[in-house]
Design a protein around this ligand. Sequence first.
Ligand SMILES: [Zn+2]
Length: 127
Amino acid sequence: MREQCDIVQDILPLYMDGALRQPTKDYVQRHLAECERCRAVKQEWEKLDKWQAGRSIGQEPLTISTEEARFIKEVKKWRRRSGLFFLLLIVLFSAVTWMLRTYLYEPIPADNPMQSVREVIHLVPLL
Ligand SMILES: [Zn+2]
């Protein structure tokens, strides 16, 4: 039975398309009548066929008006510009941070680490 099931399930799509010759078709029909498992597989194929048919009917060719096309173009342009602006902001922020770090940073003296902390605290009101 197991071997027959493999064969029947392999040719099931051909059977459903009506592409099998009569003796093979009869063989599949006889097997399906007595094998619940292969009937279940056939039902799954039928569901898939229905789903695909529904999709191809439901799909309409994509058409957009010139006004919509212009709107989409504007949105894309705006997104590109805002992306550039954001990038510029990051670069500016990095530059300012780097400058502050360069001007304000002093190595911590090994003999008196608290001294540099006091210096930093002293600098804070200047910022
Ligand atoms: Zn079977």
